[in-house]
Design a protein around this ligand. Structure first.
Ligand SMILES: Cc1cc2nc3c(=O)[nH]c(=O)nc-3n(C[C@H](O)[C@H](O)[C@H](O)COP(=O)(O)O)c2cc1C
Length: 352
């Protein structure tokens, strides 16, 4: 019996297996509206047997986009453009998820598809960025510190985006609190220098994420809510694994159903050495210390490796990103390798 191909049911939503597609920005939307590229890109993973396909970091407001080409869901028109993409994922047997994000001080940057790096100037389609504090990331433009009204708007935007996502048919909503983006910036003392109720102590730094999770939970109805953390900043004085464990408990109390455990992205001087399964220890720690459902991610490129992680009780599901780009039918290959029943569509069964 394969652990990877054992279904997982959360809040009544059943994922047919535990080999999932991690969110991947495509930098291919126009004014936040997803298109034909997103449709083919995401639906192919569902045809390829994924249990869950999570669409890229999707901005809850225009200023929350990482690049001007990011997808969004801050308008009804964007949600309507997502709906057929969601239907294409679901009709192929996968659960459809979306990651909701706000890039904070890492917004308004050049799309990597153009080979550039750094801030896009307002004259070239960029915008002025916001963050917990007016502290720049690397050589990016300095952000403006959010005031109280700006913080309220972040909470409202995540709630409204969730309502639109659910209306578009998404069954899982992931709150992006990782990789140095806005919510992570609030968590980490390296980016958050506030002296109000959103900065200083751990309780204050997690406050915005807890409020956002509550708003998302309320707007999500029966949909499943994930939170993605960077378990550590891997830098002196930064957010660490013990903080992640404590914050995981708080977001679970606020309504999160699963913790997705990544790392890094907050500061350029982080010390992270990527290698096979380099973040699994963090996932295992969160799972052991909290008893919550946990997904592991990060260079888990091999079905037998993923199988072992689950069989050893280190995580409840495996998220992969680049392996799906190398092989969009990754789960069909994995099932064949592990001798599990194939999730292949009927049209493809002659190949298995
Ligand atoms: C093209 C690309 C785009 C990505 N975009 C996102 C994103 O939108 N949100 C996110 O949380 N992580 C993003 N990531 C990180 C992946 O979700 C994943 O955590 C990381 O690639 C490690 O997994 P892997 O070794 O299986 O690729 C992206 C990765 C890639 C390769």
């Amino acid at each position: 019996m394969s652990s990877l191909f054992t279904p997982l049911s959360i809040r009544g939503t059943e994922m047919r297996n535990r080999l999932w597609v991690s969110p991947m920005c495509q930098y291919s939307a126009v004014e936040g509206v997803p298109n034909d590229w997103h449709h083919v890109h995401l639906a192919q993973f569902a045809a390829g047997g994924a249990g869950l396909v999570i669409a890229e970091a999707t901005a809850v407001s225009p200023e929350g986009r990482i690049s001007p080409e990011d997808a969004g869901i801050w308008t009804d028109a964007q949600a309507e453009a997502w709906a057929p993409i969601v239907a294409a994922i679901r009709s192929r047997g996968a659960v459809a998820g979306v990651q909701l994000g706000h890039a904070g001080r890492k917004a308004s940057t050049t799309s990597p598809l153009t080979g550039g790096r750094g801030t896009v100037a307002p004259a070239e389609g960029g915008w002025s960025t916001v963050a917990p504090s007016a502290v720049a990331y690397d050589a990016f433009a300095a952000p403006v510190a959010l005031d109280a009204a700006g913080i309220e708007k972040i909470v409202t935007d995540f709630g409204d985006a969730t309502r639109r996502a659910v209306r578009a048919g998404f069954q899982v909503v992931e709150v992006h609190a990782a990789h140095g983006y806005l919510l992570h910036q609030f968590l980490s003392p390296l980016a958050n220098h506030r002296d109000d109720e959103y900065g200083g102590s751990f309780e204050n730094r997690v406050r915005l994420l807890v409020r956002v999770t509550e708003a998302v939970r309320e707007a999500a109805g029966d949909a499943v809510v994930f939170v993605r953390f960077s378990a550590t900043d891997a830098a002196d004085g930064g957010w660490d694994v013990a903080d992640t464990v404590a914050a995981s408990r708080l977001v679970a109390d606020a309504g999160a159903d699963l913790i997705d455990v990544s790392s890094g992205g907050l500061v350029p001087h982080q010390h992270i050495v990527p290698g096979p399964g380099y973040q699994v220890d963090y996932a295992e720690t969160v799972r052991r210390e909290t008893g919550l459902l946990v997904a592991a991610v990060g260079m888990i490129d091999d079905p037998t490796f993923g199988e072992q992680i689950l069989a050893d009780g280190r995580a409840d599901a495996i998220l992969s990103a680049r392996e799906w780009l190398r092989d969009p039918h990754y789960a069909l290959r994995a099932a064949a390798e592990l001798g599990a029943e194939s999730p292949a569509p009927a049209q493809y069964l002659r190949a298995y």
